[in-house]
Design a binder for this molecule. Structure first.
Ligand code: IMP
Ligand code: MG
Length: 178
């Protein structure tokens, strides 16, 4: 299936995102010890995580970096409510300070699931999301670090997809159907 025919209106520009990530990295860097394990939730957070870890490098952090792939929407724009591990981390989380990174916190089910699972395996987990859609929360969770509060609209770009497309956009925008 080709990319959906949609118009994207910019919500957060690449310059705004870069500047906010610099601030987040300062905050995280000041509060993290030397032995940090970063776990980015795929696929959506790959762009955010890539920029955030390089900003964290500027603060002197030398984290171990791993990835976990969790199921989410499939191809629609509504969450199914069930979360499963499609591909696990290779790192050993027991006894580690761990920073969990996701693109967006919506119902909260994805982040709550990942935090619970990694806590159960013995990590001390903190969470960081680029976007927080507060109006849609179903699970009881707030992220420790939030880039931007996001309006209750479906957004794409900077790693976030609509039906597997638009992840490559260097900004975040809302989808307007034609
Ligand atoms: P939650 O489990 O409902 O909090 O949803 C989190 C996951 O759903 C995120 O990791 C995203 O992959 C996806 N998601 C939620 N809202 C959006 C959106 O507006 N655009 C694209 N993906 C989204
Ligand atoms: Mg995601």
């Amino acid at each position: 299936m080709p990319a959906p025919d949609a118009e994207i209106n910019i919500l957060f520009s690449s310059a705004e995102i870069a500047s906010r990530i610099g601030e987040l990295a300062e905050e995280i860097g000041a509060e993290s010890g030397p032995d940090l394990l970063i776990v980015a939730i795929l696929k959506g957070s790959f762009v955010f995580a890539a920029d955030l870890v390089r900003a964290l490098h500027q603060t002197g952090l030398k984290p171990e970096i791993d990835f976990i792939t969790l199921s989410s929407y499939g191809a629609g724009t509504e969450s199914s409510g069930r979360v499963a591990v499609l591909r696990d981390i290779a790192a050993e989380p027991a006894g580690r300070r761990l920073l969990l990174i996701d693109d967006i916190l919506e119902s909260g089910r994805t982040l709550a699931f990942a935090r619970e699972e990694l806590t159960r395996r013995g990590a001390e987990v903190r969470t960081c999301v680029l976007l927080d859609k507060r109006g849609k929360r179903k699970a009881e969770i707030e992220a420790d670090y939030v880039g931007f509060v996001c309006p209750d609209r479906f957004v794409v770009g900077y790693g976030l997809d609509y039906a597997h497309y638009f992840r490559e956009l260097p900004y975040i925008g809302t989808v307007e159907h034609r």
